[in-house]
Design a protein around this ligand. Structure first.
Ligand code: CP
Length: 315
């Protein structure tokens, strides 16, 4: 089946087959990352612009690395010194970047739906690098890629997502990806951050950490997204940690071979005990490496590449 999407905006709109194509393409690019010379000529002559209007370390740098490994030119927009500070709109900013001959825009923005909006006013591909509390599709793809690497087929596997689900674009994208792939997803945390209406997305909702962690194959921890919360959703961080932080004692409740994931940035000592984040059960840094391969796949496919061409012509 040929890849037909120009934009990567959400996981919700992707079919299971399209997720499979992205993961297979990422798999081919992941092998390139283990080589001495990581560069392939797939996007030579293309220019990628990272338009990040919210802070980022992993996503912005891995899109930069991905573009460079594909031989594209990459420019990271510096929001602080740009004319957005003079009031230029997102639409005008993006249309000017397009007029400057960019071939792809990678957008991170605090407003949910902003990548969809840009995709309607631009002629070039738009890739969502995180929009408000809505979606973070490449994060979910790298998470699923890492789970596949560690566990194989996700059908019937129990994946627990623990923390601030309400304000998390990572949680939403993962819920869409994992349910499409047949995993059993449980979300757990305080009732103010894990409301029952999430059940409409096909997940189990729990407010009891011990029972939620039982039989989990994966525990994915999420940071409290203070930047999106207008008011406090629990009395204090200390109280959150005492009830829902993952520490060594609570890790005993998980299966011995279960993996611990976190999209980053980690707040050590809040949602996860520092020693646990660095333990052999943690795959947090493997997620980061896999993020490059997934973003190479997203850039390549949205630029007109086809999954079946990845293995040979790029070698
Ligand atoms: N996981 C993630 O999106 O991290 P950054 O905000 O650092 O990009």
């Amino acid at each position: 089946m040929p890849w037909q999407r120009k934009h990567l905006l959400t996981i919700e709109e992707l079919s299971r087959a399209e997720i499979g194509q992205l993961l297979a393409t990422a798999g081919a690019f992941r092998r390139i990352l283990d080589r001495k010379v990581k560069k392939v000529p797939a996007l030579r002559g293309k220019t990628i612009v990272n338009l990040f209007l919210e802070p980022s370390t992993r996503t912005r740098l891995s899109f930069e690395m991905a573009a460079k490994f594909l031989s594209a030119d990459v420019i990271s927009f510096d929001a602080a010194s740009s004319s957005t500070s003079k009031g230029e709109t997102l639409r005008d900013t993006a249309q000017n970047i397009q007029a400057l001959s960019a071939d792809v825009i990678v957008l991170r923005h605090s407003a949910s739906g902003s990548p969809l909006y840009l995709s309607r006013v631009l002629d070039i591909p738009v890739i969502n690098a995180g929009d408000g509390a809505h979606e973070h599709p490449t994060q979910a793809l790298l998470d699923v890629f890492t789970m596949h690497e560690k566990l194989g087929d996700l059908q019937g596997r129990k994946i627990v997502i623990l923390g601030d689900i309400l304000f998390s674009r990572v949680a939403r994208s993962n819920i869409h990806a994992l349910t499409k792939l047949g995993a059993n997803v449980t979300i757990v945390g305080p009732s103010t951050l894990v409301p029952h209406w999430f059940e409409s997305l096909g997940v189990q909702v729990s407010h009891n950490l011990r029972s939620a962690l039982a039989d989990a194959d994966v525990v994915m921890l999420l940071r409290i997204q203070h930047e999106r919360q207008a008011s406090s959703h629990f009395p204090s961080l200390g109280e959150y940690t005492s009830m829902f932080g993952l520490n060594q004692a609570r890790a005993e409740w998980i299966k011995p071979d279960a993996i611990i994931m976190h999209p980053g940035p980690i707040k050590r000592g809040v949602e996860i005990d520092s020693a646990l984040a660095d333990s052999p059960r943690s795959v947090i840094l493997q997620q980061v490496t896999n993020g490059i391969a997934v973003r190479m796949a997203a850039l390549y496919l949205c630029s007109g590449g086809q999954p079946e061409h990845v293995t040979t012509p790029l070698e």
